[in-house]
Design a protein around this ligand. Structure first.
Ligand SMILES: Cc1cc2nc3c(=O)[nH]c(=O)nc-3n(C[C@H](O)[C@H](O)[C@H](O)COP(=O)(O)OP(=O)(O)OC[C@H]3O[C@@H](n4cnc5c(N)ncnc54)[C@H](O)[C@@H]3O)c2cc1C
Length: 467
């Protein structure tokens, strides 16, 4: 794929659109935009310019210019992605949404919020809470990621068991399409059957179909009672089986999160804190919302009963802050152990999770891989982090990681699973996407991309390559 360069005259036109202060071209200033949270430098690429528009009109003018000049544009939110989706692999322009950071409206009567794409997820959560409301999207990176990035990756996170992923929070989007036109798709309606659902097509499109500039998102009344339970299981398989048991019994928790024993010890070492429950087991954190005290007490009794029936050796009422600090420290604890990590984000049908865990235990032992494992167990989504041993040669480690990936993914597709549960394909998983996706499904995705973006200027080389 070849593109035109961001010449001095293109830079001058970008400065006219957004103002000189908001076009970065110095290497030092552009370096933070050359990567996301994937630490392997072989995935990093420097843009030719970083542009920070303050409105949809400025965003549209930048994209129109880029499309006319045939320069790639890569949208970027918080840069917390784990698939190299926001990395400008062909150079060109990184369009950062960091100045599109206004919460435009919160409507308690209609239960929705209108926000710009660069609003941090945690800021929307806090603004909703201040009005007695609740925004359900909750990726673990919520303090740093943005709503636009959450929509573009269809971020999951901790509350997807009850509320679904980011795509389920969307009523409507304002987007800039690849030819630089502003479109509004969807509406804050509780139902509609009025043609194609384009706002859902944008969810998970990873910046390849349009730049999201504004979103209308669902809010809920803040649940009156919220309890966190910690259940400790003697085996990982018993621990992850709990999620499907609860759902079959008609119990719908907000979250069911899993941390395996080795990972727990790594996190405790990192935090320099004792574990809140037994140290010789695998943890499941269950969060349950209740309407009143009676319902809360009934929920707690039911959870205790089903956890113990599933083999739990300990069931505790957990302290919210402490238990979520432990869960959300997973990524940092892994990073403290090794900067060189291969992160898998696989997803399988919830009733096959235990089988997958057995397979992972067997294959990682055979390939001699050091593994840290956490899961959004209530969604069948496992984060498998494979650490490079400090003394091992990088290429030799990579060969083992890749051989393991081929075997693991073949098995996952046999179980009816997929490559990514929430992080997306980006640049990092593009080859695996090509290998494991049904060719007809992949061809349909490419046809959609070509129809939306005839010049292939919006985030090219992500998810798949076009011929
Ligand atoms: C510690 C840690 C914990 C994490 N936990 C979770 C988790 O629990 N659940 C989860 O799903 N993910 C998680 N992630 C991954 C990441 O935070 C999510 O993928 C998040 O949605 C990315 O948002 P961002 O704003 O940082 O996007 P970026 O990294 O900036 O971009 C991600 C993708 O979205 C595109 N994009 C960004 N903004 C726009 C826009 N306005 N319009 C169109 N395309 C756009 C980019 O081009 C890129 O393809 C975690 C990451 C870290 C580092």
């Amino acid at each position: 794929m070849s593109y035109e360069k961001v010449t001095a005259s293109v830079q001058a036109r970008l400065r006219q659109i957004v103002g000189a202060a908001y076009v970065l071209t110095e290497r030092e200033k552009m370096l933070p935009y050359s990567h996301d949270e994937v630490t392997d430098p072989s995935y990093h690429h420097l843009p030719e310019a970083v542009v920070l528009p303050a409105s949809a009109d400025e965003t549209a003018a930048v994209v129109k210019l880029a499309n006319t000049c045939h320069i790639p544009v890569v949208p970027r939110g918080g840069g917390t992605g784990l698939a190299c989706g926001a990395v400008p692999i062909y150079g060109g322009i990184v369009l950062s949404t960091e100045r599109l950071n206004h919460i435009c409206e919160i409507r308690p009567d209609g239960l929705y919020a209108v926000v710009e794409a660069g609003v941090r997820t945690a800021d929307l959560q806090a603004a909703a809470e201040a009005r007695g409301l609740f925004y359900a999207g909750d990726p673990c990176s919520g303090d740093s990621c943005c709503i636009g990035g959450n929509i573009a990756t269809n971020a999951g996170g901790n509350r997807a068991v009850k509320y679904g992923t980011t795509r389920h929070q969307i009523y409507a989007l304002q987007i800039v399409n690849p030819t630089g036109h502003i479109l509004s798709v969807g509406a804050p309606l509780r139902k509609q059957s009025t043609g194609y659902c384009l706002e859902q097509l944008l969810a998970g499109s990873e910046g390849t179909l349009g730049i999201i500039t504004q979103a209308t998102l669902k809010l809920f009344p803040k649940p009156p009672y919220c309890s966190d339970i910690l259940a400790v299981f003697p085996t990982a398989e018993a621990a992850v089986t709990l999620a499907s048991t609860l759902l079959q019994k008609g119990i719908l928790p907000t979250c069911v999160e899993f941390l395996d024993q080795t990972t727990l010890h790594a996190i405790a070492d990192f935090l320099q804190e004792p574990l809140p429950g037994q140290a010789d087991g695998h943890y499941v954190i269950i969060e349950m919302e209740s309407a009143d005290e009676d319902e809360r007490d009934r929920h707690l009794l039911q959870l205790d009963e089903y956890c113990r029936a599933g083999g739990a050796s300990q069931v505790l009422l957990a302290e919210y802050k402490k238990i979520w600090h432990l869960r959300k420290s997973f990524a940092e604890a892994v990073r403290a152990e090794s900067l060189c990590v291969s992160k898998e984000d696989v997803v399988v049908p919830i009733e096959r999770e235990a089988e997958l865990l057995q397979k992972i235990a067997a294959t990682t032992a055979r390939y001699r891989l050091t593994v840290r494992l956490a899961a959004h167990a209530g969604d069948g989504n496992l984060h498998l982090n494979i650490l490079k041993p400090p003394a091992e040669d990088y290429d030799a480690w990579q060969r083992r990681v890749q051989a393991h990936q081929q075997e693991l993914y073949t098995y996952i597709y046999q179980l009816g699973g997929r490559l990514s549960g929430e992080h997306g394909i980006g640049y990092k998983r593009k080859q695996l996407m090509k290998k494991f996706t049904n060719p007809e499904e992949l061809a349909m995705m490419k046809a959609i991309k070509q129809a939306w973006d005839p010049n292939n200027i919006l985030n090219p080389g992500k998810i798949f390559d076009l011929p």
